[in-house]
Write a protein that binds this ligand. Sequence first.
Ligand code: GLU
Length: 491
Amino acid sequence: MLGSVSVRVRFAPSPTGELHIGSVRTTLYNFFFARQNNGTLILRIEDTDQARFDPRALPSIYDGLRWIGIDWDEGPREGGPHGPYVQSERLGLYQEHARRLVELGAAYFCFCSPERLAQVRAAQRARGDPVTRYDRFCRRIDAMEAADRATRDAHVVRLKVPDEGTIGIDDLVHGHVEWPLASIDDQVLLKSDGFPTYQLAVVIDDHVMGITHVLRGDEWLPSTPKHLLVYRAFGWDVPPHGHLPSVLGTEGGKKLSKREGAAVVAVAEFREGGYLPEALVNYLALVGWAPGSEDEVFTIDELVRRWRIDQVQKGGGRWDPERLKWFNGVWIRRLSDDELLHRLDPFVPSEWDRAVVRAALPIIKERMETLTQAKELLGFLFTDDLPTDPTRLLPKKRTAPETRDAIARARAALAANGAFSKPAIQAALEGAAAQLGWKQGDVNMAVRLAVTGTNVGPPLYESIALLGRDRALARLSHAEAVLAGPDPARS
Ligand code: GLU
């Protein structure tokens, strides 16, 4: 509760594609605000632009937000006292309000054809006008005549923006913002097909759904004066608005999008890419909000307690994929081994023995940044398909005979090793390096290539211990044979 007001906030995605992380960030802020005020969170689907409707959007919103850990109280599937929650199912309401605005003298019927509008725009462009706008041709038609024509002729309903004066709002993020009315176009509110535009539907719905705080992306700030005129015409109170900074791409000042070069923007792609919802929530919350302290690792519950609208920044927050990866690593290390095993399930082959994977987690946890890396890091435990190409077994600048010699010594040292524990393995390989007069790194690389087949991977001594003595020795012998040249018995 904020004072005596019971908070009701909404997030209102347009179903035009897969759930985008910019949209999730806006949703998160509404979620934090609702939950910290014991308020109600509403999902409203803004599908008035039917040409851009994408049937994948709604399932993607539901799956994505559930995965993230956001729940809401009223919505298309949840129902609620103000349904339906899909704008295309509320057309009558908008049509009625558009008519009422015309009666109130705050809007008018416009009969201009698309061709005429195109000519007007072309003429304005030719004249060098900085923006094109409707020339208010139909505003001059007598009201009675227009009402009569509207019963027969195709038309839209336009907002009648006063010629003079200003209109403003005290924005929760931007402070006082004011617009000269002369700069505002006579916006279409109701289209000729009977669908409202966003500009009308958003005001009607926010009002009739009892929204107490409008928290939305700052791309809608320039539309706000139009909304304010609609509120004013109906004599409705304007709820506090907060325009949230956009999530910006890594280059330039543009919004994060595939078009601006971002590789990944859909929530589903992060999920499939091995990101934890905890990390995405944590990082996204910080894109546009500064907690005012050094702390930066927060659970969603901590965010609900700590996030404050007055700490939201005006300027857009830059999306930094590397920082997200860092958070993901932090959150991976915060999981228990049992939980990590569970999260890894979709990312490692189903035939891999879960007990083996679990035993290996301590050695990969430290270096994992995404869940997808586990498959590569642990592959050596699950395949005995070893390199048969001698060049893949050579450390840099080492020849086959000397590498073979080094591996033979390492194998002998390991074979003599009683415990086969990490310290014992380390001691054995250090002994081999001393005998050879090789740098430890070179011996270890030769052993790593022979035992794991790759030059990167989890810490070597632990990897060998996990593999077990028999398999490790067999792999070293195999490498020696490969390095000795073609084996006539095998060809
Ligand atoms: N439907 C708008 C969008 O998808 C949201 C506008 C609003 O929250 O008022 O960006």
